[in-house]
Design a protein around this ligand. Structure first.
Ligand SMILES: [Zn+2]
Length: 355
């Protein structure tokens, strides 16, 4: 999440789902290719009312989870986000991250990250091959410091430039410089205007409601798709994962495209009143009254959120946000798997919870 850049763009509206084209998800050479997905909690963030979401005008603080997801594929493991870091006292973090973001703006209650939780649960963490970060913010990079040598972190295009030189070279840096120097980082290729940029990950394609998605394993089981422009932040990724075949069902891991389910649900039917909540704007302490949002570009964020609304119409797609409190107690955590979400009615159960 970001509260870095002032955006005084009030009066914006959600984008209607009928605005979007749904591109058929390409059939793959291997009709049986799929991944297994498991949800792993990493802690919670508590924010004053009106920062993460404006839910029915509530004046109460809002506490939201921070989830990581284990993706299993052919005996290997991948992590989607690392959530909140467990021990921040040992890290060279800037004052802005340590004291402002983690303490003053959000009260972070952190627990073991996904790698430690998996290890303590008896999982062979040696199977973890890569970490995919939906984006570079502090509540998603978690215990990146503890990644085993050789485990790569993958980010969306433009992410590294937006991180900058890192702390302490940049006193306000969001990442420690030593990670940028020492960690194995892969940035997905840029999205060329009007063409597809070929890479080892294939070409960017139109998939579902995404304009640019990469076939991560080359078999149609996992697509990584970007939010266009800045939206929440530059390079923000979504994952579109096929978790069952025949019939095919999918999960969309949408990171911080939105921070509350009420921003993308309920789906408004054509001609009906839109009951989705608006992106909140709030006043940061000591900023002389200027109002900002959680998104670098709220206009583009509304477009990205509308994609989630449109994809939610599809009966075989379920969307999950990194901080979606409505899944807590409804969708089981690891070691349970989310693969049978449709048969278990998880989508309907979480959509019926709007607080
Ligand atoms: Zn976040």
């Amino acid at each position: 999440m970001s509260a870095d850049q002032p955006s005084n763009q009030g009066g914006l509206e959600p984008v209607r789902p009928e605005t979007y084209t749904f591109h058929a998800i390409p059939s793959s050479a291997d009709k049986n290719a799929k991944v297994a997905i498991h949800q792993i909690p990493t802690g919670e963030l508590t924010a004053p009312a009106g920062i993460l979401a404006d839910v029915h005008g509530s004046k109460d603080d809002l506490t939201v989870p921070a989830y990581s997801y284990l993706i299993e594929k052919d005996g290997q493991a991948y992590l989607w986000d690392l959530g909140l870091m467990e021990v921040r006292s040992l890290l060279p973090l800037s004052r802005r991250i340590r004291d402002v973001m983690l303490t003053k703006l959000f009260k972070a209650r952190t627990g073991p990250g996904p790698i430690k939780r998996l290890r303590e649960g008896g999982y062979d963490t040696g199977k973890i091959k890569e970490v995919i970060l939906s984006h570079q913010h502090f509540d998603h990079f978690g215990d990146l410091d503890t990644l085993a040598p050789g485990v790569k972190a993958v980010l969306g295009p433009g992410s590294l430039a937006s991180i900058g030189p890192g702390y302490p070279e940049d006193p306000d840096g969001s990442w420690p410089k030593k990670w940028l120097d020492e960690k194995q980082l892969e940035e997905l290729p840029p999205v060329a205007v009007g063409s597809s940029a070929p890479s080892i990950r294939g070409k960017w394609q139109q998939v579902a409601c995404f304009e640019h998605a990469l076939d991560y394993f080359g078999d149609g089981s996992l697509w990584l798709a970007i939010n266009e422009g800045a939206s929440h932040c530059r390079g923000h990724l979504n994952a579109l994962a096929r978790v069952t075949t025949d019939p095919d069902t999918y999960l969309v891991l949408a990171g911080d495209t939105a921070h509350h389910q009420s921003l993308y649900l309920p789906v408004p039917a054509p001609g009906e009143v839109d009951r989705r909540t608006r992106i909140p704007f709030f006043e940061m302490p000591n900023t002389n009254g200027s109002r900002i949002s959680m998104h670098e570009n709220p206009t583009e964020a509304y477009v990205a959120i509308g994609r989630l609304t449109r994809m939610s119409i599809e009966e075989n797609i379920m969307v999950l946000l990194a901080h979606e409190g409505q899944v807590k107690g409804v969708i089981p955590d690891w070691p349970e798997s989310l693969d049978n979400w449709k048969a278990n009615g998880f989508k309907e159960k979480k959509e019926n919870l709007h607080t």
